[in-house]
Each structure stands twice: as structure tokens, then as C-alpha cells.
Design a protein around this ligand. Structure first.
Ligand SMILES: *Cc1c(COP(=O)(O)O)cnc(C)c1O
Length: 562
């Protein structure tokens, strides 16, 4: 076809199009004949509102469509009169049970519910504290508790106590008053940056714990995406990632998008992660290792995605913070998961877990100062003066920073290599022996300190329940039903690992005599709570648990807490 011929036929199409438009216009006009102006306006406004509502409903910033459909259905069902009553009854029973369980721990003791008229003397307080401590019956010193207490040595508590005494009044908010503390804090960050092989721009801050470290990284990346004009940026993280990321999304107007994990290896499915990346994705996350199953996500692959799409990558090394950096020197081979992996932009590491520092400290580290700047809060206009703070808190406990510093320099590199060797080899010893027990299996290939147990033959909560009966305090996991032991220095003591293995062996053999039997007690409750489709009911019970933690009163029979 000639050029002008093309133009001519395009012209014809254009005229036909105009004709249609005209016809359409006429049709609308004839339909609107007889309508008054106010009716037209009201109609237009109404339609606009409905369309906006539908748009917003389809593009909810925090929940996915299926989550919302489910939620609407359950809200509807729960509001039906008969069902409403029945559910309330059941919830009240569950709530009362929960409260009773918490109160059983302080049975026979009275609560102080108002300031004593006259203050107690030092002697009286110390005596009173001894009485309080009699309530603590779990044998964590003997290695019966998973995670929780990571060191537990008396010598270390003594050191912490002495340091606390020296720094009880200090506050990092006032570096002019406490320059010694400022120096210590900067040294804690520098030591940790070095441990994770940060470059010349490597930096970080000390926080109150793993959760705050994670919150800060999420806040930093969210703010960068906010500046790009993206509301509700997305965190892309494996389903096995710590709940602190859900919390960050909840606090900071973000959306957590979960990536499935491989059912066999428990590692994140990297192909699925790639598919889920959008222009809203402000960070990719991998755990080193994950809390539930203790699995190292493929940090190298995640970082490669981050590089390719220009997205920051956070490594959650909260749990592994003081094991993973020392594993090589302790004689174990694992892939690199620190700043030597190009693309990793931040790492959270808990000094108060395997760093053995007093509870209440962690670090968040960045590959570049531009990220750290995004977590700072600065208010130049406050009446109280120009206000600047690095993290969530204003005033902070200087004694905890000093305690953290003292612990790091007390152990030193060799101390941590030593503890890493003990802990990882104990975990592997336990893993090896549990694998030989018929009826249970181990999730993936745990390489650090957590060993997670499942079963294809029986309800695994029966086993965790039976182990609780033997004095063990393990972490119960869900989706899928499982439990784990997080090995700390307490389990590296002579005989503890063998006792655990023997107990699992004996109790599993017992259960295998009748594998199909239903679970009872706490085990049944765990099983049931997983199968409740309306998660808001489970949340409601969990909230009662929190209420009960602050309760000082006698049990109310109507399920309400005081
Ligand atoms: C413990 C942990 C956290 C959170 O730490 P907290 O100190 O409890 O706030 C985050 N991620 C992982 C993998 C953890 O094990």
C-alpha cells in the first residue's frame, strides 16, 4: 500500500469513529431527557463514590483479596445471633482456661496493687525478691529450655551486675553527659560491622532487641520508597521469616508479601521470590538462620535478585548473629551471609542472644550510611530543643549498652569461636541422633543451632506435650505442626543432649504403639488452634493471654480479665 492510501483509510476509520461517538452522545442525551440537573449531579457523584470504593476494596494496602473475602465472610457468620452466642461461650471457656494456667504459676501468693505506704528497706526487698524467685520452677540452668537463656553462667551475671551498677544512671540520649558510654556504643557497632565484614561505609546502631533492629531496617527502606511516591511499599520475605516483619508492616504502613518455602529443604523458593517482585517491593529478606526450622536461606541468590532489580536486601541474622560469623573459624563450612555478599544492604544481629549480653540489646548494621540516615528521627522544631534519636526509644538504658560492650570484649573472638563450636556441634549431635528415631523427621538441613521435629505418623504435638511432661520447655511451631529445640550453651553441658535424645526416643516409641490416638491437653489446643479457619478468634484468645499477663486479680468466672 502507498503511504497516502494508508492515510486515506486511517481517515475513513477516524470518521467512522467520530460517527459512533456522536451516536453514543445522542443516545445518552435522549436517555437523560426529562432528568433534572440535580439528578444528573447526584447520579454522577454516586457512581464516582462507588467506583472509588470498589477500587480501594480491590487494592487494599495491607491485606490480600482472599484474606479480606475470608474476613468479611467470618465477620458475617459471627454476627448471626445463634452462632454469636455459641462462639462467645466457647471463647470464654478458652479464655478462662488460659488465665487459670497463667495464675497457676503464682498460686498462693498475693499481689501488690498499690504503692506501699512506707517504702521497704534494702533488706526487706532482697528477702521479698527471694520469695518471688521461688515462683520460677522451670529448670533453664539445667538445659531444659529451648533458646530463651543463651548463656546462664553465674560469672557472667556477676559481670553484668557490676557493669549495671557502674552505669545505672547513664543514658545514650545525652552523649555530652556520658561520653564514656557514647564511646562504648560506637565500639559495639564497630566490632559488629567488622564481624560481618562491612566495608568503609559500613555502619549501624545499637537497638533494644532483634525486633527493633528489624523495625528500623524496614522503616529505612519504606522511607526510601515513600520518597519515590509509593505508598504501602512491600516487604518480600519467606513465610518462615520472623514475625517482627509482620509487626513492621503493621506499624509502618507496609505490606508483607510472603514467599513460599520448599517443603523439603525449608529454604525460600527463589523463583517464586523473583515472580513476586513488583515496583512496590522495597526490600528482600532472607534469614540466617530462620527461627522456626533453623534453616539458612540462600542469601547469595536473594542478593543477586536485589542487585538485578535494584532492591535492598536485609539478612535477618538476629538468631545467628554470634554463631554464623564464627562458624568457619570453628570448623564448619557454610555459605557467606554477610556484607561480602554483593547486594546485602543490612543485617540484624542480636547481641542478647548468642552474643550473651544482658537482655535488651541488638544491632542493626548497614552497608551504607545512606540507609542508616533513613531510620533516624529528627525534629528541628520542638520546643524542648532540636531533637534527634537513632531508633524507636528516646531515653535508653546506658547500663545495657555498657553491659553489651563488656560482654563482647569479655568473650572476644576466641570466646565466641569456642561457644559456636560447642553449640553447633551439640545441635548437630542432636540432629544426627533424632534422625535415627522411627516416627519423626527433621526439617531440612539445619546448619546452625535449631533442630525442628515433625512427624508423618502421629500428631507431633503429642510428643512435644509428653516432653513438657518430662520438664522440657520447647518451642511449638505451626503450619506445619512441629516443634524445635534451639540449642544454647545450657544444652552443651555434659549429659543434657543425651537426656533429650533419650527422652525423645522413649516417648516416640511409646506414641508409636498407638500413632492414631488423639492428642489431649495443651497438645490438643495447639492442634485445634491451627485448624480454626477464622484467625480473628485465635487473635482474640491471644489478646486475652496478653491481658492476663498484666492481671493481678482473682479469676473472673465470666471470662473477663481484670
Ligand atoms: C529472636 C529473633 C528475632 C527477634 O528478636 P527479639 O530480640 O526477640 O526481638 C528476629 N529474628 C529471628 C530469626 C530471631 O530468632
Amino acid at each position: 500500500m502507498e503511504y497516502d492510501e494508508v492515510l486515506r483509510s486511517l481517515g475513513i476509520y477516524w470518521e467512522i469513529f467520530l460517527l459512533y461517538c456522536n451516536e453514543f452522545k445522542e443516545k445518552i442525551n435522549s436517555n437523560c431527557e426529562g432528568l433534572e440537573a440535580w439528578q444528573l449531579i447526584a447520579f454522577s457523584v454516586g457512581i464516582t463514590l462507588i467506583v472509588t470504593w470498589i477500587y480501594q476494596w480491590l487494592n487494599h494496602p495491607e491485606l490480600t483479596l482472599s484474606q479480606r473475602i475470608k474476613k468479611s465472610i467470618f465477620t458475617c457468620v459471627r454476627s448471626m445471633p445463634y452462632i454469636k452466642g455459641r462462639i462467645k461461650e466457647q471463647l470464654d471457656v478458652a479464655k478462662a482456661g488460659l488465665q487459670e494456667e497463667l495464675f497457676r504459676g503464682t498460686e498462693g501468693s498475693t499481689y501488690i496493687t498499690a504503692l506501699p505506704k512506707h517504702g521497704l528497706t534494702r533488706k526487706e526487698i532482697l528477702k521479698s525478691v527471694k520469695d518471688y524467685q521461688k515462683l520460677d520452677k522451670v529448670d533453664w540452668k539445667g538445659g531444659k529450655v529451648s533458646g530463651c537463656v543463651y548463656n546462664g553462667s553465674d560469672a557472667l551475671s556477676k559481670l553484668s551486675g557490676e557493669i549495671y551498677e557502674e552505669f545505672a544512671w547513664t543514658n545514650p540520649l545525652h552523649p555530652d553527659v556520658f561520653p564514656a558510654l557514647r564511646k562504648m556504643e560506637s565500639e559495639v557497632v564497630a566490632m559488629c560491622v567488622k564481624m560481618f565484614n562491612g566495608g568503609s561505609q559500613g555502619c549501624g546502631t545499637v537497638t533494644s532487641g532483634g525486633t527493633e533492629s528489624i523495625l528500623m531496617a524496614c522503616l529505612a527502606y519504606r522511607s526510601i520508597w515513600f520518597e519515590k511516591g509509593i505508598l504501602y511499599p512491600e516487604i518480600l520475605a519467606p513465610i518462615s521469616v520472623h514475625s517482627a516483619f509482620n509487626k513492621a508492616a503493621h506499624y509502618f504502613k507496609m505490606k508483607l508479601v510472603h514467599v513460599p518455602i520448599d517443603p523439603v529443604t525449608s529454604e525460600v523458593n527463589i523463583k517464586a521470590m523473583k515472580r513476586l517482585i513488583t515496583k512496590k517491593t522495597c526490600m528482600l529478606v532472607g534469614s540466617a538462620p530462620s527461627f522456626p526450622h533453623g534453616i539458612l536461606d540462600p542469601i547469595g541468590d536473594i542478593a543477586a535478585l536485589g542487585r538485578r532489580y535494584g532492591i535492598p536486601v536485609h539478612v535477618d541474622c538476629c538468631l545467628g548473629g554470634f554463631l554464623v560469623p564464627f562458624m568457619k573459624k570453628a570448623g564448619f563450612t557454610i555459605p557467606a551471609c554477610d556484607f561480602t555478599v554483593d547486594g546485602v544492604t543490612s543485617i540484624s544481629a542480636d547481641t542478647h542472644k548468642y552474643g550473651f549480653a544482658p537482655k535488651g540489646s541488638s544491632v542493626i548494621l548497614y552497608s551504607d550510611r545512606k540507609y542508616r540516615a533513613q531510620q533516624y528521627y529528627v525534629n528541628p522544631d520542638w520546643q524542648g530543643g532540636i531533637y534527634a534519636s537513632p531508633g524507636l526509644a528516646g531515653s535508653r538504658a546506658g547500663a545495657l549498652v555498657a553491659g553489651c560492650w563488656a560482654t563482647l570484649v569479655h568473650f572476644g573472638e576466641n570466646g565466641y569461636i569456642d561457644s559456636t563450636r560447642k553449640i553447633v556441634s551439640t545441635a548437630r549431635y542432636i540432629e544426627k541422633h533424632l534422625r535415627q528415631i522411627k516416627g519423626i523427621f527433621i526439617y531440612g538441613k539445619p546448619e546452625v543451632s535449631v533442630v525442628a521435629v515433625g512427624s508423618n505418623d502421629f500428631d507431633v504435638y503429642r510428643l512435644s506435650g509428653a516432653l513438657t511432661g518430662k520438664g522440657w520447655n520447647l518451642n511449638v511451631l505451626q503450619f506445619p505442626a512441629s516443634f524445635h529445640l534451639c540449642v544454647t550453651l545450657c544444652q552443651t553441658e555434659e549429659g543434657v543432649a543425651d537426656e533429650f535424645i533419650q527422652d525423645v526416643k522413649k516417648l516416640t516409641a511409646e506414641i508409636m504403639k498407638d500413632p492414631k490416638k488423639k492428642a489431649d491437653g495443651a497438645a490438643a489446643i495447639y492442634g485445634m488452634s491451627q485448624s480454626v479457619p477464622d484467625r480473628s478468634m485465635v487473635s482474640e484468645i491471644a489478646q486475652v493471654f496478653l491481658d492476663s499477663c498484666f492481671s493481678t486479680g482473682p479469676l473472673a468466672t465470666n471470662g473477663t480479665t481484670n
